[in-house]
Ligand binder design. Structure first.
Ligand code: SLL
Length: 154
């Protein structure tokens, strides 16, 4: 497969987490008693754009305290929803469509459950949703021709 020389194609996306503390009265059924939050980790397009034409699969590697801690999501929405009590680093591995001939790329995200603030300890008691997300751009340098066609809608 020939590469398109001298060309870089950029594709924007967003990745991150959103966490909600439980209302103590309303814990999900079968939820372990020490869990305090429901959270989601995700990779998605900007403004709801479908990114599955270049992104085929996302593998999220959670903390080892989770059962089946490596979660592979094969189609959008590329997200994992869980409950827990603690913050940790999540490894996010992006797999591209087979036409791309590209190796997977790894990102890291720190799952945030507690709000930032000067009064960090006090804040842990505050019940609010915490969103921690990053805008990112993937760069495909000299993509192979079939992938270039896919990326540019040619
Ligand atoms: C900490 N280093 O001590 C971190 C580890 C682990 C989080 C956080 C529950 C998993 C489960 C969970 O929230 N683990 O019970 O399935 O803060």
């Amino acid at each position: 497969n020939k590469r398109v020389r001298g060309v870089s194609v950029f594709r924007p996306f967003v990745f991150g987490s959103i966490a909600h503390p439980f209302d103590p009265e309303q814990k999900p059924p079968n939820c372990p008693p020490d869990h305090t939050h429901r959270w989601e980790i995700f990779v998605k397009g900007v403004n709801g754009e479908d990114i599955s034409y270049w992104l085929k699969k996302v593998q999220f590697k959670l903390h080892e305290t989770y059962a089946h801690n490596v979660r592979s999501i094969e189609q959008p929405p590329f997200e994992v929803s869980e409950t827990g009590w603690g913050e940790f680093e999540i490894q996010i591995k992006l797999y591209f469509v087979p036409e791309s001939n590209e190796k997977p790329q790894t990102l890291w995200h720190s799952l945030k459950l507690h709000p930032y603030g000067p009064d960090a300890e006090g804040m842990k008691e505050r019940r609010e949703t915490v969103i921690s997300q990053n805008y990112e751009e993937i760069i495909f340098n000299e993509p192979v021709e079939p992938f270039y066609e896919i990326l540019t809608g040619g």
